[in-house]
Design a protein around this ligand. Structure first.
Ligand code: SDX
Length: 434
């Protein structure tokens, strides 16, 4: 079999004529990458790419996004197929191990996750240190990081077995901690996991049941929850996943790394957008005010942005938004909820997608645009929306962390910079300062 000749890319300095030839590497899909690892050694130059608009940070086999076509796949499986035919736990297995499980593998995985859903009893006391009105994401950053203070037996990141048990513990315990953060904010007692239930059924019961009465899990809610968890599970090297990878590259323990991912996800430009979308729809209030907010979103002097619109990679409709939009009708109808915000959101989408500003910039609804409407209909407080995103994305963060830790030569992530500060100057004594 003839090896295809290595493709190369030559960079040339137009002033000096110096040039550098670098490998051009090709993946399964997507743009080829110029491997610049030898660029500095060969030229003495760095590259500069603030916010990484054109920089690949790693090779990965987990997720692929085609932003122009609006395609998202996990391990080669299209997100629409997974959302309609798979379950969240099966998708977790796929993300973690690379293949769809056999029934025996899924049964064992489900058992392992199910029997790790309880948290150490002393973790309950951590919550009492927070104000009841603290944002649940602030609580989650704290309590997920604190898992490292309870599971010392799985902190050796060089031991594959300990990496795997930590991954299972995080997938199993983050929903429990999320439900506890919701209960704590409501002043209701924590609800222990119920091992007789599926992952999503158990999560809903921990969130919504109260000791005073029996709680029957609605199959409609459980299916909607499972689908929402599948849709948010992983998304290549987004801000929070990149945060987890950088944290993990220093060999920090996985609990600390996932806590850093939660912190990054909280930002309104990222996972925090789902809460902001609902707040924006409430602020708009009625269809006749949509043009006013569209104009504000276009006004560079106005910090207001159309939350739930735009994406660094998708220059087409986010496929997840498509599935969520379809689910919206179904879930609201089956729950008997008539939320005027859905109609308002659809009218906002229609008007925006006819507006040259949005069309020219290819700003389409993203995953956060419709998710909040379903979550509200399901009974979640708005401040819990980003927590639910974190529950789902934990498997993506953990899978990407595991993939990085399995690299043969893990090196600490340490970007360089272009220094534009002051040139060297002598210290000035206080009495000589103006
Ligand atoms: C998520 O990366 C991921 O994969 C993230 C995520 C995941 O699953 O992990 O998909 C989840 O974070 C989805 C995004 C949620 N965020 C929001 O909905 C917040 C609103 N959207 C924006 O803030 C923005 O679109 C970003 C942050 C999502 C993307 O920002 P970029 O890629 O840096 O784009 P940009 O800010 O450079 O915008 C390009 C142009 C600018 O106008 P010009 O300077 O060209 O005139 O588009 C404009 C922006 O002003 N623009 C918007 C806009 N988003 C971009 N104008 C109005 N409203 C918006 N929402």
């Amino acid at each position: 079999m003839t090896d295809t000749p290595e493709q190369t890319f030559t960079l040339t300095n137009d002033q000096t004529g110096e040039s550098c030839t670098l490998p051009l590497v090709e993946g399964t899909y997507g743009p080829h990458c110029i491997d610049i690892r030898k660029l500095y050694a060969q030229t003495g130059h760095f590259t500069l790419d603030p916010s990484f608009t054109a920089t690949g940070s790693c090779k990965s086999r987990i997720t692929y996004i085609d932003g122009d076509e609006g395609i998202l796949m996990h391990r080669g499986y299209d997100i629409k197929e997974l959302a309609t035919k798979s379950t969240y736990l099966e998708t977790c297995y796929l993300l973690l191990y690379g293949e769809l499980p056999t029934q025996a593998e899924l049964d064992e995985f489900t058992h392992n996750i199910t029997y790790h859903t309880m948290v150490h009893e002393q973790m309950h006391r951590l919550f009492s240190g927070f104000r009841r009105d603290a944002h649940p994401m602030a609580v989650m950053v704290g309590v997920v990081g604190a898992l490292a203070a309870f599971y010392h037996d799985s902190l050796d990141i060089n031991d594959p077995k300990q990496r795997e048990i930590s991954a299972h513990r995080l997938i199993a315990k983050v929903p429990t901690l999320a439900a506890m953060s919701m209960k704590y904010s409501m002043g209701q007692p924590f609800v222990y996991p119920d091992n007789t239930l599926s992952y999503s059924e158990n999560f809903l019961k921990m969130c919504f049941s109260v000791p005073a009465e029996e709680y029957k899990v609605s199959p409609v809610l459980a299916r909607a929850m499972d689908r929402i968890l599948i849709l948010h599970a992983d998304h290549e090297q987004n801000a929070s996943t990149s945060t987890v990878r950088i944290a993990g590259s220093s060999q920090a323990n996985p609990f600390a790394c996932i806590s850093s991912g939660i912190a990054s996800l909280w930002g309104p430009s990222h996972g925090g957008a789902n809460q902001k979308v609902l707040e924006m729809l409430d602020e708009i209030g009625s269809k006749d005010r949509i043009p006013e907010f569209i104009e504000r979103a276009k006004d560079k002097e106005d910090p207001f942005r159309l939350m739930g619109f735009g994406h660094r990679v998708y220059k087409n409709l986010d496929p997840r938004a498509q599935v969520l939009k379809e689910s919206c009708d179904e879930v609201l109808e089956e729950l008997g909820v008539d939320d005027p915000r859905l109609e308002l959101a659809m009218e906002l989408e229609r008007i925006a997608l006819e507006d040259e500003y949005f069309v020219q910039r290819k700003l389409f609804p993203n995953v956060d645009f419709y998710s909040g409407i379903i979550l509200k209909a399901m009974g979640f407080p708005t401040e819990m929306f980003t927590v639910l995103f974190a529950v789902s994305r934990t498997v993506g963060w953990v899978s990407q962390w595991k993939e990085m830790m399995e690299e043969p030569a893990l090196r600490i992530g340490r970007p360089r910079q272009l220094y534009t500060g002051a040139a060297e100057r002598p210290y000035v004594p206080m009495k000589k300062r103006k």
